[in-house]
Design a protein around this ligand. Sequence first.
Ligand code: NDP
Ligand code: 8X3
Length: 253
Amino acid sequence: MNKIAFITGASAGIGKSTAIMLAKNSYNIIISGRRKNLLDDLKKQIESDYQVEVITLNIDVRNRSEVEKSINSLPENWKNIDVLINNAGLAAGMSPIQSGDIEDWEKMIDTNVKGLLYVSRAIMPIMVERKTGHIVNISSAAGKETYANGNIYCATKHAVESLTKAMRIDMLPHGIKVSSVSPGMVETEFSLVRFNGDEKRAADIYKGIDALSADDIADTIEFIINRPKHVNINDIFIMPTAQATTTYAVRNT
Ligand code: NDP
Ligand code: 8X3
């Protein structure tokens, strides 16, 4: 029987590439996100390319009751989730705290921290009951460093780092692995979302840099989940070769 993986934020970017990687690895997958049309398209694409089954869950991870209800109403055999990829996340805006947009803060905290917790809280008891599972949290270089005007986003990713460690402690007696991936610049819709659809500003972030791709992160996750039973990768901190810190990269311009 195929193993089951649950991916949050699978409609685009890293989550979408990870869903495809998991299908290649013969997982039946539950793909979730807010944009139903993109999830439906991905389901069709994966089902035609791979011999696996796909369920779409149209959820906003910020909505606790929606998260709980949709996970509780999965068919019984789909609740046996082997791999959870906590990927859904975003940055919104870049400004000093004294002039920050409080709605942007709420979005980041509610998605990156509370959303990750709601999904994990609904799935972890099932893993504990089955004494098997692997949780992979998508953190960030912003979880290791704090950069100018990154304040709240960096704080949410520092929280993901801390929660990853806490989960590893809590899951230890139950034989469940907990890992994280902490990427630097990955060229996805991330900057477009951060700058509220400003294409020029988003493109400038990656200008002259051979940034990481979503597939590079999916490859990293593939390595993490395919280690032998006795090996857990705690964290992989990965950057483009052209980047050394969140604020120092060499550009070919
Ligand atoms: P994208 O913007 O391309 O993808 C983000 C995904 O998250 C989308 O599928 C989006 O789906 C989903 N998402 C956002 N908000 C919600 C929500 N409230 N409920 C459910 N799903 C949501 O960005 P990335 O692929 O780059 O980002 C994925 C993760 O990687 C994030 O956690 C990000 O912080 C992290 N990261 C990204 C880096 C980068 O440089 N790109 C570097 C380091 C970490 P939908 O809009 O359909 O809901
Ligand atoms: C995204 C990486 O450096 O833009 O998480 O914050 S960074």
